[in-house]
Design a protein around this ligand. Structure first.
Ligand SMILES: [Zn+2]
Length: 483
């Protein structure tokens, strides 16, 4: 008997429909745009979902794994049609070339919006069914911030989202999905997926804080009580602005639809009941700076949640740095201010030069706080690349583009070239900064920074200032949302 032919595709994008920068081919090439075998070699042995897929399945002699592609772009505006259709056409070509295929294993985000495909993943999964039929397992991992639509749930055999925020379980989620996929492929199980949407727009919310932690504990209890394979839920991503947004429960049973329905209903009910407590309060920036300035608890971390390049922020707003300088504060490290133009000017001037610049604030006049005039000493220039040592995506490369470490009035400002969420401590160590010895660390992140920074920080506070990645849905002019 011939080998079972399995197509593997990673196509990840978290789309912030309010962000005016489209996610085009260059945006994907900037982070990850690998076709064919390159898709596997980039992930083999890494702590990503794709790395887990390979760890689980690559040793099997009865399976032929066929890599289609691995694409990821930084969260930003909608994916351009040319990129979206390019991936779909390559997937279709692979399905036809290797027909009949025996299964498809995917690493998706779940909040992708392409210019003409608001339900990016739903349309992709539907396309797979159109070409490869309904008799094969089609399993996908999802980010916790997926907007799971009816179509996605209908077309997939199973959808397995992360459970942790920060997403420290990406590898583990990949293993769960690959094992479930393999068991379905082998006929050991008959997965039945039940889907319940809870159309509540959840602010960015860590998994460990109440009441969220209680919802996770209840899910684990229900999973056991109803003998389910998986019982998970997604948090949704309201900045996508599509019709079907919000939270969703996904129950996977081995053949027992009634059990999956009962568990999904009970979990959805608890989420609905918890909504009054699933809110976030963000403190005033001046209060936070007052506290940070005098706090004996160092490092004191201030997270700029609304300018998070991990959710569609440009990473160049100047609100916090401006106030730090105006207040005459010292001992802060700012990671980062995205400003490719200023980086180039610093590189021309060279290490050791004293330079006057207008940094950041160039992306959008209404949100950014405008460029900030500073004078400083260029201490270091780097290629902006380091290997992630945090648990999330452990071992992968983080690329900020060329960076400059600028000393400004007793503070250190890291200027970078691309918007990237600096959630790994490598952003400091790669610039010769020992983060645990600093007074104040300012980062452009909403929640993810807490995993790595939490190992050294004495205090961590997030603020919600003007920006494209506001962590709360209140006041956002949604255009497509339906309740
Ligand atoms: Zn996420």
């Amino acid at each position: 008997m011939g080998k079972k032919k399995i197509l593997v595709l990673q196509f990840r994008h978290e789309t912030n429909s309010f962000c005016p920068a489209l996610s085009d081919g260059a945006a994907f090439r900037n982070l990850e745009f690998d076709m064919g075998e390159d898709a596997f070699s980039a992930h083999r042995g890494s702590g990503t979902e794709m790395g887990a897929f390979l760890d689980v399945l690559e040793g099997r002699e009865d399976i032929e794994l066929i890599p289609v592609a691995a694409l990821t772009a930084n969260p930003a505006g909608p994916v351009t049609e040319d990129v979206y259709l390019y991936v779909l056409e390559n997937l279709q070509a692979a399905m036809l070339k290797h027909s009949p295929i025996d299964g498809v294993l995917l690493c998706l985000h779940g909040a992708m919006v392409a210019q003409k495909h608001p339900d990016g993943e739903g349309d992709l999964l539907e396309d797979i069914r159109r070409y490869a039929g309904w008799d094969i397992p089609v399993v996908a991992t999802l980010d916790l911030h997926a907007n799971v639509t009816e179509k996605m749930a209908h077309c997939a055999t199973a959808l397995i989202p992360y459970e942790r925020y920060p997403h420290t379980d990406s590898y583990e989620t990949g293993r769960v999905a690959a094992q479930l996929f393999a068991d379905a492929l082998d006929g050991k199980i008959t997965p039945v997926t039940v889907y319940r949407r809870v159309p509540y727009l959840l602010p960015l919310f860590p998994d460990a804080e109440p009441p969220m932690c209680r919802i996770y504990a209840f899910a684990a209890e229900l999973k056991e009580r109803y003998h389910l394979m998986e019982l998970r839920f997604t948090h949704g991503f309201f900045l996508s602005d599509i019709e079907e947004m919000g939270m969703a429960v996904l129950a996977v049973s081995d053949g027992d639809e009634n059990a999956a329905n009962a568990a999904a209903e009970e979990l959805a009910a608890l989420i609905r009941e918890s909504i009054p407590d699933l809110k976030r309060h963000y403190p005033d920036l001046e209060d936070v700076l007052d506290e940070a300035e005098h706090s004996p608890d160092t490092p004191f971390v201030i997270a700029d949640a609304s300018d998070n390049p991990g959710a569609g922020g440009f990473g160049d707003t100047t609100h916090i740095l401006r106030r730090i300088l105006e207040r005459g504060m010292q001992g802060a490290v700012i990671a980062t201010i995205v400003d490719a133009e200023s980086v180039e000017r610093c590189i021309e001037a060279g290490v050791g030069a004293f330079i006057s610049l207008k940094i950041g604030g160039k992306s959008d006049a209404s949100f950014s706080g405008g460029p900030l005039a500073v004078s400083g000493y260029i201490k270091r220039i780097t290629d902006g690349t380091y290997t992630v040592t945090a648990q999330m995506d452990h071992g992968s490369k983080m690329r900020h583009g060329k960076t400059v470490l600028l000393e400004v009035e007793g503070n250190a400002v890291i200027l970078s070239s691309y918007p990237r969420q600096p959630w790994d401590l490598g952003i400091f160590t790669s610039h010769g900064i020992m983060p645990e010895q600093q007074k104040i660390l300012v980062t452009k992140s909403a929640i993810h920074y807490r995993a790595a920074y939490g190992t050294i920080a004495k205090k961590m506070v997030a603020v919600a200032l003007p920006g494209y990645s506001t962590p709360v849905p209140d006041g956002i002019p949604f255009q497509h949302l339906k309740g």
